[in-house]
Design a protein around this ligand. Structure first.
Ligand code: GRF
Length: 192
């Protein structure tokens, strides 16, 4: 199945997903990486492995709909059937949701519905919780509100620093996301 990965930053999850496709653990082809932040490291990561990128900043468009229409057009040329968000820091709008119904998933660094939105790790530390985790969910019009597909727990140790918790969460994400995606995409293929 042809997939697009959307990311805004470092792209370590993109890398983990790409590596899983190369090992054959995730049966999918990443045909494009979409990035809304010129200069983000994910662009270099994609270029390094020869995956086409679409880098476009929403600021250059008259509206969110116009921005997403441009993306949809590009995704069509790359025959994208499914969208994977991996650190894409924007709410998905109507245009993409309509074009890819139940075909957009996201990863979030908390046990949703706890700590949605930005800085989930900071929110968890502030709340003093002893366990947090990672959630993979379908995307709807809200912020981290779509149906949950799977979750995994990450404990927070008494003396853990923010960096340690973030590192642990990333470590878990890099294994968990490709594995969940393989299950989701297999289901999609059977449905089709
Ligand atoms: C991840 O922690 C993910 O859960 C969140 O954004 C972060 C992206 O990290 N949505 P990276 O760019 O993949 O390294």
């Amino acid at each position: 199945m042809n997939i697009a990965v959307f990311a805004s930053g470092n792209g370590s999850n993109f890398q983990a997903i790409y590596d899983a496709t190369q090992r054959g653990d995730l049966q999918a082809n990443i045909t494009i990486v979409v990035c809304d932040k010129p200069g983000a490291s994910v662009i270099e990561r994609a270029e390094k492995v020869g995956i086409p990128t679409l880098v476009c900043s929403p600021k250059e468009f008259a509206s969110k709909a116009a921005y997403e229409q441009e993306i949809v057009k590009e995704l069509a040329t790359k025959k994208v059937e499914f969208i994977i968000l991996a650190g894409y820091m924007r709410i998905i709008g109507e245009v993409l949701l309509k074009q890819y119904p139940n075909r957009i998933v996201n990863i979030h660094p908390s046990l949703l519905p706890a700590f949605p939105g930005k800085d989930a790790v900071g929110q968890a530390l502030k709340a003093g919780v002893k366990v947090t985790g990672v959630t993979v969910h379908y995307v709807d019009a809200g912020m981290d509100t779509g149906p949950i597909i799977d979750q995994v727990i990450v404990p927070i140790g008494e003396a853990d620093t923010r960096e340690q918790v973030e590192h642990h969460i990333h470590f878990v994400e890099h294994r968990f996301y490709p594995e969940v995606l393989q299950r989701v995409l297999t289901k999609q293929t059977l449905k089709a």
